[in-house]
Design a protein around this ligand. Sequence first.
Ligand code: PLP
Length: 457
Amino acid sequence: MEAETKKSYSEKDQDYLWHGMKPYQGNGTPLIAESGKGSWFTDTTGKRYFDGVSGLWCLNLGHGQEEIIEAAANQMKSLAYFPLSFGHKPAIDLAEKLSELLGGGYRSFFANGGSDANETAFKIARQHHKQSGNPEKTKIISRYRAYHGNSLGALAATAQANRKIKYDVNVPGFVHIPPPYAYRSSFGSYEEDDLRAAEYLEQTILWEGAETIAAFIMEPVISGGGVIHPQSDVYYKKVREICTRHNVLLILDEVVSGFGRTGKLFGYMHGDDFYPDIITLAKGLTAGYLPLGATCVHESIYQSFKTNGSTSHFRHISTYGGHPASCAVALKTIEIIEREHIVNRVAKLEQNVLRRIRELASHSFVGEVRGVGFLYGIELVANKQTKEPLPDEAVKAIVAACQKKGLIIGKNGDTVPSGGNVLIIAPPLTSTENDLTFLVKTLNEVFSKTNKEASSY
Ligand code: PLP
């Protein structure tokens, strides 16, 4: 019998693994990670990379956090699994801790991740209104360019055409409005943009009929859609007022912006008088070590689930949502964030190092550099006057050139209206000054080379 030839991981990857978000590339060389330390990982060829996107914006404390690993192992040793139709200590402790971090008065329902947490939020919003004398309040308003998850409800709230176009996402009851996006303002001048984007929310509520709107969901900073955020806190303030005025629940999707990513513990803390009725969390909640999502709901909403008799409870459960090991990991993650003053560290290092990324705006094909904390977007254009997006191939070439130099960055996948032309930078929150300097320097080197070629775009 002929000796079986052993396939390499690269070959097996091509044969067996289905990659998300990437076109099929039969001849491409896949990047296969093997180990990680801090903000860096090593692939199966021994090449090292700086992870400039924290995995998928989740590996916030980097690789090798021994305390987190121990917390998971210890929890598995004492109680491997228990469902949350009952209770267990790590879930109760975590729910208490989250309420404290949110300023008190919140109750947590645990899920598997961000999509699941958002689905949970939509169901809670609808059931709450049904049980509070407003049975027609069912519609969810969300914003163009937002990403809220991959399951059908969360995808219906997601408003990025290219993620939906092949899947007939005809889920009724979802309405989209534009976000404040001063660079490509839908509303006029930079100054007016925040105000008019907020007013558009109120106009939409009225046009749809306030009695039909259950909730408005938004990311404080749109992440995967291209790092889009208001220029001032006027937007946040107005949105809160409008939601309160029309009894529309404000759901803040802090799956990315939570736990220090934007230089505040939660993204909503960038606004005065801005607070959620429901906040959804995942990713940084466990620093990416285990899957977990949370839907934290204000007690005023929870009341309608307990005061209307035996049929008013929430008919929703997930096998792994709130897994004991995931909750133990989340508690340890939060302990480290607090003990190591990670949020202040992010705010300080952004000012002292990462902000240099803004200097990249001087390159001929950079339209705008925007962001906050350790979450930056670099919008690339073929023409600074017309703002015509840089062609997709050119954007991909930049991402590939960075990878060649040992730097992983992301890019938005949207095709409408500006064509996947925003590079996304979101390094681990524990990255050192040297790490961040490498990040900015490498981008500058790649951009300088691209400048020379840009005349052909
Ligand atoms: N919400 C936001 C803002 C996200 O960026 C993501 C994922 O990237 C999700 C929700 C969905 O989270 P998950 O992939 O854990 O389902």
